[in-house]
Write a protein that binds this ligand. Structure first.
Ligand code: SF4
Length: 299
């Protein structure tokens, strides 16, 4: 695995646009990483391109919550308070449209544009109640987010204290650029810069802390000020895990990203990716929900 690869020296090699998700994909299965970031390039491997854009019911639910909260928060930032029922209805409507698109397999005609679910592509036998449960979970998370005390605080926030709502940004490190999209960032009345990450699934401590560290590095480079406080908001359980994003966290995050980018470069030959250099994982549990299992031969 990456530990056995030669390090690529200094600044040499192709640009890597690193993100927490990309880093995790690289750790989980090199072959999946290859399909996602290289084979699926448009006009290269059409099937990989189609499969890359599939969601699954878990990510679909999470995205529905993120989009709904983005919609409500941007309205709030503009001085409009949306009712929770309106926000939930909007999200439900969108989920229904996406579900129908997926059932009809429109994503096969318009990959990357029309919405597609892994479960439909692979004809998984999912009970109606399970699908309904996705909408119920999304609704519960939206309602619980908009009921948090921080939502009340945001209503009174001055425009200059809003920093980001699902805003895609990037920043530079020595080994390449890092993509970041903070769910929410603002300055609270005590002067702290609060970095919020909405979570709809169970805690994954290592990745979740990493995400806050990446937000923190961006906040530092953007000059939002100090102190930085991260909030992991596990919406399904209404659990707020607040943690300082201090110098130690920032430094550790930076080192981890730099090492990850170095490993990503090292697996390329003269800047080019070759499938045989990206072995399949031995952990077969990874393959069950992997969209690439068909082209990988593990369907
Ligand atoms: S099916 Fe398994 S081995 Fe193949 S790409 Fe997916 S996770 Fe990797």
């Amino acid at each position: 695995m990456p530990g056995q690869l030669n390090f690529w020296p200094g600044e040499a090699g192709p640009a890597i646009r690193w993100s927490v998700t990309r880093g995790k994909r690289f750790r989980d299965c090199l072959r999946r990483y290859y399909y996602h970031h290289y084979a699926s390039a448009k006009n290269k491997n059409h099937e990989a391109f189609v499969l890359k854009h599939l969601s699954n019911r878990y990510s679909w639910t999470g995205n529905a919550v993120h989009e709904a909260l983005e919609y409500a928060l941007k309205a709030l930032r503009d001085g409009r308070v949306l009712g929770v029922d309106d926000v939930v209805n909007q999200a439900t409507k969108r989920m229904r449209t996406q579900y129908l698109e997926s059932v009809k397999k429109r994503y096969r005609e318009k990959p990357g544009v029309a919405f597609g679910l892994f479960e439909h592509e692979f004809a998984e036998n999912i009970a109606k109640e399970t699908w309904a449960g996705c909408q119920i979970q999304a609704e519960r998370c939206i309602r619980q987010a908009m009921d948090l005390p921080l939502w009340g605080l945001l209503r009174d926030l001055k425009p200059e204290n809003w920093f980001a709502v699902e805003t895609m940004r990037s920043f530079r490190l020595r080994a390449g650029s890092v993509i970041v999209k903070p769910d929410l960032a603002y300055r609270d009345p005590d002067g702290c810069v609060v970095l919020v990450d909405w979570k709809t699934g169970k805690p994954r401590p290592e990745d979740d802390r990493m995400q806050l560290g990446v937000y923190g590095l961006y906040a530092q480079q953007a000059g939002w000020g100090e102190p930085l406080v991260g909030v992991l908001a596990y919406l399904d359980n209404v659990l707020l895990d607040e943690q300082p994003v201090d110098v130690h966290v920032l430094e550790t995050t930076k080192i981890t990203i730099e090492q990850s980018m170095t490993h990503m470069r090292a697996v390329l030959r003269n800047g080019h990716a070759h499938e045989e250099d990206f072995p399949r994982t031995d952990d077969l549990r990874m393959c069950g929900m992997c969209s690439f299992k068909r082209i990988c031969g593990r369907e």
